[in-house]
Design a protein around this ligand. Structure first.
Ligand SMILES: NC(=O)C1=CN([C@@H]2O[C@H](COP(=O)(O)OP(=O)(O)OC[C@H]3O[C@@H](n4cnc5c(N)ncnc54)[C@H](O)[C@@H]3O)[C@@H](O)[C@H]2O)C=CC1
Ligand SMILES: O=C(CO)COP(=O)(O)O
Length: 335
């Protein structure tokens, strides 16, 4: 009996399947693309992601979502955010009662701009739910390099069990109960990684990069305060930790998207070059909508949104950011 069903055979689903297998779990790895599942089953390698890593026999590829989750004791969802709601709805009739569902997707709901845990809770109201997030490039995780991450779950006993399932000496998993903060940190950092990539692509220096990371963090914290996140989460692994990682290392696809835009490439050209999911492109519009609905000021995220949606030039967006009226560093001090 497979004890984990991992839905999504992109780089992150594949890397997490390897982590679970290393900890002794049987894994069914569901691929949306039947050809990919067939190739993985025949060769033992994922043909598109982490192509140098052999899958152990305990990771069994499949194209049958319903069958893969029917016998699973836990389901892990690692599909891109545009497929998140559909996948959650497909799960509902197929999984056994009380089966915990964990997701590792980063972003917001592509339909309404809501938080992923609200989508999950609407589709699976009677299941324990958890989100896994934090600074974790799939390639490093798959190669067993040391990584620390957070799992948010409101049921402490289930959360402890899930942490233990993933946790080993190379993959530390910290428990949280803050689904809002963990979800927001992972979603907004992708937009800010595009912003810092743009700054570097334009040839701005280390000062600009550090300023963007820090003022970007202020934007996430403001949004978090409006939505009821625990502020500490946003300065923890799923917030600042992931923000630093993706804003500063070229393994990040979002940062590479920004670098390409800053150097004059179009979104379509950069997307084709990167050849993988760049969540921040969609999330910029969704976070923009959310911030406007809540009246939260997020000028860096808004600048990225305007570059993506209106084709504004990166230099003009950067100049407009720098020309904003000076203000207090912290909103609640000096008025
Ligand atoms: N790659 C990484 O280092 C990390 C990724 N994540 C998150 O994990 C999620 C998945 O990203 P990756 O695995 O990196 O993407 P990826 O670009 O490596 O792979 C995406 C996969 O999604 C599949 N796909 C496309 N449409 C689909 C659909 N409708 N339903 C199901 N699958 C579909 C594609 O076949 C492709 O294999 C994203 O939200 C990403 O932000 C989170 C942490 C680390
Ligand atoms: O979320 C990630 C690392 O924590 C991966 O970031 P990118 O999607 O920008 O590559």
């Amino acid at each position: 009996m497979a004890d984990y069903a991992v839905l999504g055979a992109g780089s992150w689903g594949t890397a997490l399947a390897l982590v679970l297998a290393r900890s002794g779990h049987d894994v069914r790895l569901w691929a949306h693309d039947p050809d990919m599942a067939r190739t993985m089953a025949a060769t033992g390698y994922n043909p598109r992601h982490l192509t140098d890593i052999r899958l152990p026999e305990t990771v069994r590829p499949t194209v049958d979502l319903a069958a893969s989750v029917a016998t699973a004791t836990t389901v892990l969802v690692a599909v891109p955010s545009h497929a998140f709601a559909t996948t959650m709805r497909a799960l509902a009739p197929a999984i056994a009662a009380d089966t915990p569902v964990v997701w590792a997707t980063k972003g917001l709901d592509n339909a309404g701009g809501g938080l992923l845990h609200d989508v999950a809770a609407a589709a699976l109201p009677d299941h324990p739910l958890a989100a896994l997030s934090g600074p974790s490039f799939a390639g490093e995780v798959a190669h067993g390099l040391p990584t620390a991450i957070v799992l948010a779950c409101q049921d402490r006993a289930v959360g402890n069990r899930l942490c233990a399932d993933f946790h080993d000496e190379r993959f530390r998993v910290y428990l949280s109960d803050d689904l809002i903060g963990v979800g927001l940190g992972g979603a907004v950092k992708n937009i800010l990684a595009i912003a810092t990539g743009i700054a570097d692509g334009l040839g701005f220096g280390a000062n600009a990069r550090s300023g963007l990371v820090t003022r970007g963090l202020a934007e996430v914290r403001r949004l978090g305060a409006a939505l009821g996140a625990d502020d500490r989460t946003l300065t923890g692994l799923a917030g600042l930790g992931d923000l630093m990682l993706t804003c500063t290392d070229d393994q990040s696809r979002n940062r590479r998207m920004g670098l390409a835009l800053g150097r004059g490439a179009s979104i379509d050209t950069a997307t084709a070059q990167i050849g993988a999911v760049v969540e921040g492109v969609r999330t910029a519009t969704e976070v923009g909508g959310l911030a406007r609905r809540l009246g939260v000021d997020m000028p860096i995220c808004a600048a990225v949104e305007s570059i993506i949606t209106t084709g504004r030039s990166p230099m003009s967006a950067a100049e407009a950011l720098m020309e904003r009226r000076p203000g207090a560093e912290f909103d609640d001090r000096l008025s």
